[in-house]
Design a protein around this ligand. Structure first.
Ligand SMILES: Cc1ncc(COP(=O)(O)O)c(C=O)c1O
Length: 392
């Protein structure tokens, strides 16, 4: 009999009943160190007092009001995001995949209104992940995601990740945009080198096409800058954000320049819940903390410390790990042993990690985990690796 919850996830038999900072407490009382943070969602850990206050204060007053009316919390968050980024304007969504939908629509509408309705193609890359909607799976294009779900949304051109020549040859008169994650998350924590992102920006400028960045996983302080593309010193035309911006409350956004957003006039897009007062109140609280340069400096310091410990683990467990990669607190341990075995051994060591493609173990801890918790993370990863070795 089919489970009453549609079985699209292989769930671990863990039932968490409470979260405190970087810790999740299982119903049997075990305290798990959470290095997954809901897959880069709980950017400030669980039950951060400022976020709890923002949410509960808002909940006392107004939960939902239609986008037919002004929503001051939405305005406040849009102002914060535009002030802190390249963007001139923001549309709020409830998730990353909805942000992808709008990014695609926005790029196509831009060209349509410019008198180039033929420029519908969007170039994407192997290993990418942009969500599970029809546009998201068509954009990523991997067999795993699209098999059985055809006909796919047309207009995506898939290129091998890192193949510069293929990229140059792929831009045609029907190309409207390039869509890329500055650091691939699901694809195995693969950062795009800064010079490649700069090269992409130059190419888009030269060919007159739009650059769309998917910062759903790598944005909101995760890499030690507010947005990952800042490391390369470039600016996109359109950017997708979600996950960390809500700190655990479902919230996403599309940020864009005035020019790129010029086709999105009244009536061209909408969302019942997108930008609702609860989500935006929490988003404002997240932004206040995460956009502070001192907080970001601390993320970089913590990232250095964690990375150093991970390098030590690679040296200590060569049969389990072969290297560390990533950016800031978006780190991957490339595994020799099956990554899922390390995830499972982590459960036995009261530790949560997340597998990714390319046999990588993903570490996406809360951005505010303490130095002591970094030490504890290393100790628990060491214990997990020792368990994996013992079973080899
Ligand atoms: C880079 C990227 N884009 C888009 C998405 C989709 O976001 P959501 O699951 O919120 O729809 C994800 C989710 O993992 C992601 O990592």
């Amino acid at each position: 009999m089919i489970p009453t919850v549609l079985p699209t996830y292989n769930r671990a038999p863990l039932h968490f009943t409470k979260g405190e900072g970087a810790w999740l407490i299982e119903q049997d009382g075990r305290r798990f160190l959470d290095l997954g943070a809901g897959i880069a969602v709980n950017a400030l850990g669980h039950a951060h007092p400022a976020l709890v206050k923002a949410l509960t204060d808002q909940a006392q007053n107004l939960w939902h009001v239609s986008n037919l009316y002004e929503i001051p919390q939405q305005q406040a968050l849009a102002d914060k995001l535009t002030e802190a980024s390249f963007a001139d304007t923001v549309f709020f969504t409830n998730s990353g995949t909805e942000a992808c939908e709008l990014a695609v629509k926005m790029a196509r509408k831009y060209w349509y209104d410019k008198g180039h309705p033929e420029k519908t193609d969007i170039i994407t890359f192997s290993g990418s992940f942009h969500g599970r909607s029809s546009a998201g799976i068509a954009a990523a294009g991997s067999e795993k995601m699209v098999k059985g779900f055809g006909p796919l949304l047309p207009g995506f051109v898939h290129l091998p990740w890192g193949d510069h020549e293929a990229l140059n040859g792929a831009i045609t008169d029907t190309t409207g945009a390039i869509l890329i994650e500055p650091v691939q998350g699901e694809g195995g924590i693969r950062p795009l080198p800064d010079q490649c992102l700069k090269g992409l920006r130059d190419l888009c400028d030269e060919k007159g096409i739009l650059l769309i960045l998917d910062e759903v996983q790598c944005g909101v302080g995760r890499t030690g800058k507010l947005f990952a593309h800042e490391w390369a010193g470039i600016e996109p035309d359109i950017m997708m954000v979600a996950k960390g911006i809500g700190g655990g409350f479902p919230l996403g956004a599309v940020l864009a320049t005035e020019e790129a957003a010029s086709g999105m006039t009244a009536g061209t897009h909408g969302s019942t819940y997108g930008g609702n007062p609860l989500g935006c109140a929490v988003g404002c609280a997240v932004m206040e903390i995460v956009s502070d340069p001192e907080f970001l400096a601390d993320v970089n310091r913590r990232a250095g410390l964690l990375r150093q410990k991970l390098e030590g683990l690679v040296a200590a467990h060569p049969k389990v790990f072969e290297g560390v990669r990533g950016s800031g607190l978006m780190l991957g341990l490339k595994c020799v042993a099956p990554n899922v075995d390390v995830v499972q051994a982590g459960y036995k060591s009261d530790l949560l990690t997340v597998p990714a493609a390319d046999n990588v173990l993903r570490l996406l801890p809360p951005l505010n985990l303490t130095d002591a918790e970094i030490g504890e993370a290393a100790a628990r990863l060491d214990a997990a690796a020792t368990l994996v070795e013992a079973a080899l």
